[in-house]
Design a protein around this ligand. Structure first.
Ligand code: PLP
Length: 382
């Protein structure tokens, strides 16, 4: 049996998600825009999905727009918010954002003829609030800060950022990439002053290829995909009913907040405690302050890739950082932005959990890590 500790890359779909998707593709295959009663049923399922998501975010269900993934939700927010105002000004995004944010902010700045600037982070991976304060100005139109970082597990201080925005540049929109935070860290868009929030189904036991953008009440977002006017005109294209059904079942079935976090925290600390006699270094916030599902540790001098494949040999799956970056570079840009020492960045491993992981799995993984560490530490590169 393998041990899957790479849940921030993607999660195994929950059984009820698979069932709901099969049902949507068989009994419920109709086009939700059609005029006969089975199609109304498909439309009702979509409305139910909207309500389920909205209820976790404190917004009206009309503000939920289904997209093809988290990346598309981020993109819709960035271009859609900037496209809703005349002559947008500066865009700010944290230096540890996912490429879905970074690359779209840079491209949006080019298209709208404005600037995109990176907000530095502290060594723990939190947005540096002092530096942000200096960067905010009357000319700021958009601030993008993620809820939970996918590599360090840092939970960003969104309330403080929002209050600072209210004081210095109340006109600026705050967009939050909630792909790693949704159902794990509670959030209320209205109370926190967030304009838009992106989420993705495959990080919470749902299918790949389904996501949503949640838009706070009263916020205007310019649609980016024009056509038949589905999704209240916000995102045309016949709805991905199986994907939406899967996302809906995931929102219902994923062990959200306290319950899920409690079990993931137990697994995380079981792993950490079982590794306590090794010279491990934790990258990011203190483990008790980070999101429950993410642990990023280094075991120098054993390089990330070497340990990752040694663990793979024992059927244990972890990652070096973000899955999207795994094939592109050796050292994580997130850890670089956090000024993590080179020897730690080169040996970083991310363990990410889901509520179904067990303490036994953590103890078994720790045993393999001990054996492999003793073996591999002799072969350090000079
Ligand atoms: N944002 C963050 C923080 C992520 O971790 C990911 C996926 O890894 C994404 C956005 C992109 O989501 P999707 O894979 O649904 O496009």
């Amino acid at each position: 049996m393998s041990i899957y500790f790479d849940n921030s890359a993607t999660t195994r779909p929950l059984p009820q998600v698979v069932d709901a998707m099969v049902k949507a593709m068989t009994d419920g295959f109709y086009n939700p825009s059609a005029a006969y009663s089975p199609a109304f049923h498909a439309e009702k399922e979509i409305k139910l999905a909207r309500e389920r998501i909205a209820s976790h975010l404190g917004i009206h269900h009309d503000g939920v727009v289904f997209t093809s993934c988290g990346t598309e939700a981020d993109q819709l927010a960035i271009y859609g918010l900037l496209g809703s105002i005349h002559h947008p000004g500066k865009i700010l995004y944290s230096s540890v954002e996912h490429p879905a944010i970074k690359n779209n902010c840079i491209e949006a700045a080019r298209r709208f003829g404005t600037k995109a600037e990176e907000i530095p982070v502290t060594m723990e991976g939190y947005v540096d609030l002092e530096k942000l304060e200096q960067m905010l100005s009357q000319d700021t139109s958009l601030i993008c800060v993620m809820q939970v970082n996918n590599e360090s597990g840092a939970i960003q201080p969104l309330e403080q950022i929002s209050r600072m925005r209210d004081r210095i540049c109340p006109q600026a929109f705050l967009h939050v990439d909630g792909v790693q935070g949704f159902l794990r860290v509670p959030i209320n868009l209205k109370k926190t002053g967030i304009a838009t929030y992106a989420l993705s189904a495959h990080k919470i036991g749902g299918p790949k290829g389904a996501g949503a953008l949640a838009i706070a009440d009263g916020i205007r977002v310019r649609p980016q995909l024009l056509g038949g006017g589905q999704e209240n005109g916000m995102r045309s294209g016949t709805e991905n009913t199986p994907g939406i059904a899967g996302l809906s079942a995931a929102v219902e079935g994923y062990q959200a907040y306290e319950k899920g976090n409690e079990s993931m925290r137990r697994v995380k600390f079981a792993l950490l405690n079982a590794l306590a006699d090794l010279p491990i270094h934790v990258n990011g916030p203190l483990p008790e302050e980070a999101a429950a599902h993410i642990l990023n540790i280094s075991l120098p001098p054993v390089r990330s890739e070497t340990m990752l494949h040694a663990l793979e040999g024992a059927g244990i799956y972890v990652s070096m950082g973000s899955a999207c970056a795994a094939h592109k570079q050796k050292i994580s840009t997130v850890l670089q932005s956090m000024n993590v020492e080179k020897k730690y960045a080169e040996s970083a491993l991310r363990f990410s959990f889901c509520p179904d992981n067990t303490v036994e799995e953590a103890l078994q993984a720790a045993m393999v890590i001990h054996t492999q560490y003793e073996l591999l530490k002799k072969y350090q590169r000079r």
